[in-house]
Design a protein around this ligand. Structure first.
Ligand SMILES: *Cc1c(COP(=O)(O)O)cnc(C)c1O
Length: 440
């Protein structure tokens, strides 16, 4: 380099780096208080079902990956959108009588987050906006923000099982709206949309010609009596990029296997978007090939019993925690219909010491060593989110401690003794705290 006036190191963070924030991290990292050293830590904050070892992938899935490694057929690079055999397996797994998926419409990604990343970056330009749910998963904002895409939130209605406020959704759409993100079943709500509600959502998207990005990473994880309908199975008109993967349903978040399915029966997205998604997938040079090698077996041969058992545990856990929490003064749980979370309303005016859901969770951590994410992390103050994948006795113990905490701090019960409602809960033996960060 000949012509330069540089005479010292001056390395600065790029604009993209500067614009990329994870709101959960920034809220939670500000929680400086320590858990109560006398009580074992119970983290109801971690959205990773494998953390406590009570939920594991089925042996068929483990064997499939072992075989994939041993075959030595998957050590090399795959095409950036994935091997044909793996994409064909996803196409078959995701097809139903209403929506047939072709392998060429499948793009394998490094987890569902990567699928969302590619979908958002293919559909929206800097300065445009995408619509996201409130409360909602924080990553939508993180991804959009780093691309300079604006987000506008549409409200969900807790009193209606977290259905979308359709008038609000409609009113948020403007000339610059590039896509609507729909998350069903929902993190953090655990809600599942009815067929009719999905049809109403699709009508709005069709009326304003806005494509949908469907975050369906919790597909089929619905409790008995509820049904999962994918957005794409109910529309022939609206172009939909469906994002899903193995992460939650197969209990393997670390394997980083997700996918996008392009549903575009009327060829509205056209060659350009499809080509764009293919090019974007080259940025990561494809997803994990070992898991791709195992994918046909995983998707075809996982026994139904495994899925039923997992959903059975989640359903049982949500009933247990719902029934314990509904008796606690100042708290109002909302029973989920699927996924692995429960939202609980905190009646803050009745807890005069706490000015926010964040204050509430901080003090709960300090006194009871129970940690939940504050609703703020999902743009929804006055709520807390509980993860219901933790072992049952741990969940019961956590609910009991939350109950004692609320009795101590609620305006009407302050000073009163522990209520007999919890006396049937078996004391929870101390366990070593998992070594990982409780705050992810
Ligand atoms: C967990 C989760 C994801 C991300 O899944 P990965 O496959 O781990 O990237 C996406 N959306 C929602 C709503 C989630 O809860």
């Amino acid at each position: 380099m000949s012509c330069t006036s540089r005479n010292h190191w001056d390395v600065k963070l790029s604009e993209i780096g500067r614009r990329t924030h994870n709101p959960i991290r920034s809220i939670v990292e500000n929680i400086v208080c320590e858990p109560n050293p006398e009580k074992s830590m119970i983290a109801l904050s971690i959205g990773d079902p494998t953390t406590f070892g009570n939920l594991k992938p089925p042996k068929e899935v483990i064997a499939a990956v072992q075989e994939s490694v041993a075959s030595q057929l998957y050590n090399g690079y795959a095409p950036s959108t994935g091997y044909e055999s793996a994409r064909a397996a996803v196409a078959e797994y995701s097809s139903n009588e209403f929506a047939r998926v072709d392998p060429k419409d499948v793009i394998l990604c490094s987890g569902c987050s990567c699928a969302l990343d590619l979908s958002i970056s293919a559909l929206a330009r800097e300065g445009q906006n995408i619509l996201i749910p409130r409360p909602g998963f924080a990553i939508y904002k993180t991804l959009a923000g780093s691309f300079g895409i604006n987000v506008k939130s549409y409200n969900l209605r807790p009193e209606l099982g977290w259905e979308i406020d359709l008038d609000d959704l409609e009113s948020q759409i403007d000339e610059s709206t590039a896509a609507i993100i729909i998350n069903n079943p929902s993190n953090p709500c655990g809600s599942v949309f009815s067929r009719d509600h999905i049809l109403d959502i699709l009508d709005i998207a069709a009326k304003y010609y806005v494509p949908i990005i469907a975050d369906e990473i919790y597909e089929h994880m619905v409790f008995p009596g509820r049904a999962f309908h994918s957005l794409a199975s109910l529309s022939t008109e609206v172009p939909i990029l469906s994002c899903s993967g193995l992460t939650k349903r197969f209990l393997v978040p670390g394997w980083r296997m997700g996918w996008i399915i392009i549903h575009d029966r009327n060829n509205i997205l056209g060659k350009e978007i499809r080509q764009g998604l293919h090019c974007l997938s080259q940025r990561i040079i494809g997803s994990n090939t070992i898991v791709q090698g195992a994918l046909p077996t995983i998707l075809k041969h996982t026994p139904q019993k495994f899925f039923d058992d997992t959903v059975g545990v989640l359903h049982a856990h949500s009933k247990v925690s719902y029934n314990l929490i509904k008796k606690i003064p100042g708290l109002k749980p909302i029973m989920p219909d699927g996924a692995m979370y429960m939202m609980v309303h905190v009646d803050l005016p009745n807890f005069p010491e706490f000015h926010s859901d964040l204050d509430f969770v901080k003090q709960l951590l300090a006194e009871e060593s129970v940690f939940c994410l504050p609703g703020q992390c999902f743009d929804y103050p006055s709520y807390i989110r509980l993860v219901i994948t933790v072992p049952k006795e741990m969940l019961e113990q956590a609910c009991q401690r939350i109950g004692e905490f609320c009795l101590r701090h609620h305006k009407k019960t302050r000073g009163s003794q522990i209520n007999e409602i919890h006396s049937n809960v078996i004391p929870f033996p101390s366990r070593p705290t998992p070594s990982r960060d409780i705050r992810s």
